[in-house]
Design a protein around this ligand. Sequence first.
Ligand code: 3PG
Ligand code: MG
Length: 405
Amino acid sequence: MFYFFAMSAFTTFHFKGLRALVRVDFNVPLDKQNFTIRDDNRIRAALPTIQKILSDGGSVILMSHLGRPKSGPEDKSSLRHLIPHLSALLKPATVHFANDCIGSEASQLAAALQPGEVLLLENLRFHPEEEQGDKSFAEQLSRLGDVYVNDAFGTAHRAHASTAVIAQYFPGDKKMFGLLMEAEVSAAEKVLHRAEKPFTAIVGGAKVSDKILILENLLERATDIIIGGGMAYTFMKAIGGQIGNSLCEADRLELARDLLSKASQKGVNIHLPYDSMLADQFDAAANTNIAPSNQIPDGWMGLDIGPEACKQFAEVILRSKTILWNGPMGVFEMEKFRNGTLAIAKAVADATAQGAYSLVGGGDSVAAVNQFGFADKVSYVSTGGGAMLEFFEGKQLPGIAAINN
Ligand code: 3PG
Ligand code: MG
């Protein structure tokens, strides 16, 4: 409830004549050769916020990180590479660029900014102070704008200078979430706190160890949990299955058993894939085979859920009213092992068409729904990977807390 109160601030705020300092997450994948953008979803997702400020008669100063530069400026992580595409998306607005996010050039360009114009700052992480959450760095950034808008949901789990620390340098009525942040949080809140039942969580990916906290939190909320991807084999092994050469975290077997017994105590149905698509090596050209997931012969590994599991999971998904999907069912980047993830995407789309609410998040599952063309057939596609995961682990995200407090 609290979020709703705090979050309507942006829509009702009038930006005329003001410089809005907007933290976006433009951490997008770039082509290694020519630095063109391979997926611009995060940029597009921030456009409504930018456009609302511009059409109010304000100006926008955009700040973001890109990649994980560790020792100062480097060309491959320069936000300069985003200028042509950003300019095209924001046309007719002019997009200026500052070669450093702080310092005299940035201050001068910010001061000279006219209503309707945009200034993009160079990568925040070219300064180690960003990730350190350095106060003086945050304060220098804050001086560039009259109002602070945080629209970087993808980075909301980081307590960095530009995502959290900076908020203290703006008064309560001059710091707010942008439209993307509002939409992300309201989608995630709906699923976490107001899920209509049956509520099915689909959790995939390679490792159980990455998903322990989210599974534990979901055990308190979901009616059904579907487990796919590499992590399913640790569970299979934990209950006595033969998994051949499939991925297995030997040090998580006890934990997997523990999660399964907690689930049965709480009456949560855990669905493990009946069968698997097997490969004789981890390779797109591998020989394939199908077997029950608990009877995988030595020399074979499960790289996707099998055809029976596709039906098994689709059935659960189709009788759900709320669906959360994080993590693929198999190695969908390889043609031979994409069927499981594709089947799940279809089932989620069908359930949505029947009235279910579906939220997809996490880098790989988002890439999958985009690749298969299902992005507009689910209720909400999150721009957050780690942020979304931490939200569903039940953590307070620093980027959100800094504005709410
Ligand atoms: C992401 O893509 O996960 C966010 O942009 C945050 O980036 P980080 O994981 O490097 O902090
Ligand atoms: Mg990350």
